[in-house]
Design a protein around this ligand. Structure first.
Ligand code: GLU
Length: 295
């Protein structure tokens, strides 16, 4: 599948990186390395202090979503979410090579945060009230919208309202907001669920489903990786504000992440994170949205 084309790209990058290291780069990591805070000092008892003292952080992200979180063959994920995580880690005094990445498919995100298996999650993770019962969110750091992806030659599907008439089989992911939202537009028997979106893309390719639905920016990455096989319908019909998932009620950590995001928006780090990743395909560089109140 085409996704592998991108992964091969990541390998090529990995092969090139050691040469770059001769020029002074201090890491063989994929992607960028935001400047690491050298004098990070935090209040005792805070998550920031604990992580800064440990010198390492466990981050949950996606491994199969081009542009946001895609694991290359060098074992390191790349994408906008990955860059946001690196910016937060750097502010804690932790360099990118000290981040332990864990794959967090949509369904497991709350549970890995609750169980302390990760310190935070940056994984195309929509902030909503149901999830806020179990975890807290910093952000939003981006706003996506649910959309549809079809094969290039499909002209019958023009938006969610066209799905019923076409009797379309629609693929999404368990535990995701799109898998819930789409139910009002289709017969439940036509909803196919997998654990990750790359499996939906495979099912679209083989004709087992007619449509993949999730956030527009995730679909954009899959369209790009398909090299002309798929297209985006391009009419977002929900709002999906992305948050950084943290332990419930860790207000100080949330406030720290907000300061970090504001700083990155001010010093060009946020814009660079976008341009280096999703911005290679998505035309418009976003502005950091207004951050919610930490609670
Ligand atoms: N943003 C949506 C969600 O959090 C869809 C993307 C995903 O499944 O990661 O459920």
């Amino acid at each position: 599948m085409r996704l592998r084309g991108l992964m091969v790209g990541a390998v090529t990058a990995a092969l090139v990186l050691p040469l770059a290291a001769c020029g002074g780069s201090d890491s063989g990591n994929s992607g960028s390395n935001p400047p690491v805070a050298t004098s990070a000092a935090f209040e005792d008892g805070t998550t920031m202090k604990k992580l800064a003292d440990a010198g390492t952080v466990k981050v949950g992200t996606k491994f199969d979503q081009p542009l946001f979180g895609l694991k290359g063959l060098d074992g390191k994920p790349v994408g906008f979410d990955v860059e946001i995580a690196k910016i937060i880690a750097a502010k804690l005094g932790i360099s990118a090579d000290k981040i332990e990445w864990t794959e967090t498919p949509s369904k497991v995100r709350e549970e890995v945060i609750e169980q302390g298996k990760v310190d935070f999650v940056v994984a195309t993770y929509t902030i909503n009230d149901a999830r806020k019962q179990r975890v807290s969110f910093a952000g939003p750091y981006y706003e996506a919208g649910q959309d549809l992806m079809v094969k290039k030659d499909n002209s019958a599907i023009t938006g969610p309202d066209s799905l019923k008439a076409a009797n379309a089989k629609v693929c999404s992911v368990t535990g995701s907001t799109p898998s819930e939202n789409i139910k009002k537009y289709i017969d439940p028997a036509n909803l196919v669920l997998f654990d990750v979106y790359s499996k939906c893309a495979d099912a679209l390719r083989t004709g087992q489903v007619d449509v993949v639905t999730t956030d527009n920016v995730i679909l954009l990455g899959l369209v790009d990786a398909s090299k002309g096989e798929f297209k985006l319908v391009g009419k977002p019909f929900t709002k999906e504000p992305y948050g950084i998932g943290i332990k419930k009620a860790d207000t100080k950590f949330c406030e720290f992440i907000h300061e970090t995001l504001e700083e990155a928006a001010g010093n060009g780090g946020y814009e660079k994170a976008w341009k280096d990743t999703a911005g290679t395909v998505a035309p418009n560089t976003p502005k950091l949205p207004t951050l919610a109140t930490c609670a």
